[in-house]
Design a protein around this ligand. Structure first.
Ligand code: ZN
Length: 267
């Protein structure tokens, strides 16, 4: 199976490092008021070229994120300062693709830094793969005071050709497995891809950075829908990593982005 993966740079988000790895900066008796730090996280998408389809993994933030499209408190906490320079169509063009070449989209989840480019597919018949639990929770969250604040209805409330993933694991393209990993959100999907006999697992925001994955240190509670589900999903991922001798990449890790840029099947 000839599958290639292209990385799309979708900009950067600045946030307090305590969001990304919960409890990174903590006071002690000797240091009762420690200074926290702002960290910078890459936002990326992938174009997976499969013999049956050219598949886009996630769609980044809406280009007007900083112009009041995102709720202002949320933008202040998670500042996607260069979103306006990263429209999906232009980032695709930088990588040599036209929007019209995308045959399918797989959504890891529908948070606002992942679903902000879906409007480009409104009114088209491009299938948008999303887990059932994610779509339900996104609508519930965006339209009530309950759930999570990280969903913006105008990101996903379009005339889209949703393809709903229902199971814990589904294969819609040979060599590409969608894996349900609840925890960060109820319907997070990981993607396991076999390229040239090597296995890549795109964990998405199951782990923002390596420390979440390697040290099993979760994100802050604000970025966890359910910590018990999160720990269970982490063990399922690690089991897959062992069984397939896989490379796992995290959702917002600069080192993993560099590894993806080097090309996962080309070492
Ligand atoms: Zn997220």
């Amino acid at each position: 199976m000839d599958i290639t993966i292209e990385l799309l740079n979708r900009g950067h988000i600045r946030a307090d490092i305590n969001h990304v790895v919960g409890g990174t900066v903590m006071g002690t008796a000797n240091d009762s008021n420690p200074q926290t730090m702002m960290g910078e996280s890459p936002v990326y998408n992938l174009v997976i070229e499969h013999p049956e389809a050219t598949i886009l993994w996630d769609t980044g933030s809406h280009p007007s994120a900083g112009d009041g499209y995102w709720p202002p408190e949320l933008y202040a906490a998670f500042e996607h300062y260069d979103a306006d320079e990263h429209e999906l169509a232009s980032d695709l063009a930088t990588a040599g693709y036209d929007l019209a070449e995308i045959d399918a989209v797989v959504m890891s989840h529908l948070h606002l830094d992942h679903a902000g480019g879906l409007y480009e597919f409104a009114g088209t018949d491009v299938p948008i793969y999303v887990h059932e639990d994610e779509l339900k929770y996104a609508y519930y969250s965006a339209n009530t005071d309950a759930g999570s604040v990280a969903y913006v209805a105008s990101d996903f409330d379009h005339d889209l050709n949703w393809e709903i993933v229902h199971q814990r694991s589904e294969t819609h393209f040979e060599g590409i497995e969608f894996v349900h990993l609840p925890g960060h959100t109820p319907g997070l999907l990981g993607v396991q891809i076999t390229v040239d006999g090597k296995t890549l697992i795109v964990a998405g925001d199951q782990a923002y950075v390596r420390d979440n994955y390697d040290q099993e240190r979760p994100m802050s509670t604000g970025l966890l829908w359910s910590s018990s589900h999160w720990f269970e999903s982490l063990q399922r991922l690690k089991d897959r990593e062992r069984r397939h001798n896989a490379t796992v990449v995290c959702g917002h890790d600069a080192g993993d982005v560099a590894r993806l840029r080097e090309g996962i099947g080309s070492e």
